[in-house]
Design a binder for this molecule. Sequence first.
Ligand code: AMP
Ligand code: ZN
Length: 480
Amino acid sequence: MARVMLTLFDTCTRRSLPVEAQDGKTLRFYCCGPTVYAAAHIGNFRTFVAQDVFRRVVELGGLRTKHVRNITDVDDKTIRNSIAQGIPLKEYTEKWTRKFHDDCRALNCLSPHVEPSAVAHIPEQIELVKNLIEKGHAYLSEDGSVYFRISSYADYGRLAHLDSQTLDLGKTAQTRADTDEYEKDSVADFVLWKARRPEDGENYWESPWGQGRPGWHLECSAMSHKYLGDDFDLHSGGVDLIFPHHENEIAQSRCGCGGNFARQWFHITHLLVDGAKMSKSLGNMYTLDDLVALGHTPAALRYVLAGAYYRRPLNFTLSGMRDAAAALRKLRRFDDALATRANSTKAPEPTYRDLIKNPPDLNTFTPAWESLQDDLNTPEALGHLFSALHAIKPAELTPEESASTRRAFRFIIEALGLILPDVQDDETDEAPEEVRAIAEERWKARQAKDWSKADALRPRLAELGWGMKDGKDGYQLHRL
Ligand code: AMP
Ligand code: ZN
């Protein structure tokens, strides 16, 4: 089969670059992982799913990968929350790490090959700070904290394309930031090692500079150095990490370890909810559990997240989730039809690993694969996938043709990591007209705050076998 090379937009050079393994065999990449202080929200999962699609396309395209993603289990937020709840930091972060893993599994994300935690790598981080001090890139302050001197690194600001005015290092060298959450546009010497403060409670470690803990940026430099070396292929995160986090990682790593650090940068644009930034105060922050409580499935969320082009903002809506569920049912029916036709060939179920080992001829599905190779254009790939579905009539295929078509179809499904739901024979994509009309009437009554009418319509829906879950911007019909 024709395997086109994957090209990806590189944040640093602002050009599309081919994705290549420097050693010709294994693509080594690092993703900044979750801060485990609460359940990850769907914005975080937009980024993790995009990275998962990236990995799948690379692996199905014939390259091995080494995927490293850290767990941030010590920072301002984890410490603040664990102390507020009276739970030791380790116990607190382990709970949220388990939840993160459960959600990743539900969303069909491949586990990274290495998942190091910041707390388990304190000696490596101390070692890096020592190096930076020795080489004149870091200094100790009066209170026992250590700062990186950004004026000592001439290339600071290259990734984020900071202009020379913002980067007047002579002036900013006097400014210091010791918080993990400082303002995005401030350019300041940033903290590498934070001296112990009363508000940190028992969360401190011994170091050559006294008791304290690492600053947030340090862990990714120390752990990528340990698991991927000083020159690796690609680094990724959400766009909010470009500055200051990734800029600081580059400075620490290049100055402290030598080497070039990452050769390519893959940043994922943010997810918005109903056109607005997600925030707790706006009440529009969803976790996977919130969506499941509203009657949606992890499979539908995977479809929505994987189907968005990573360089455009994704405007999340509940109606988009309903459309995703309907689209998945169509894909499942097509797969079932091919499996039934191919029955007599005894072809095994195509799995991700098997498709990597024995890639199929893609034929009608070639355009979908080409879109994925072209900067991971997943919405275009989905468009081609559905065009192929319309063009192929399983009933007209021989059993052998059905088996090979199914492998090609599943190759694209696996590249996107879609989860095909079980569809009951009697299940339709949509509720019948009569049910939809009652639901619409009830929704309008709710919007007009006519609660008694809305309540009265619920039993009528139930009589027809349907329930209705009300959301913030719409409703969801489900079979009772
Ligand atoms: P955090 O747990 O805050 O460290 O974030 C984990 C990952 O999610 C990082 O790569 C962030 O850049 C990314 N992220 C945070 N918010 C969003 C969002 N609204 N949309 C997409 N990615 C996000
Ligand atoms: Zn990082």
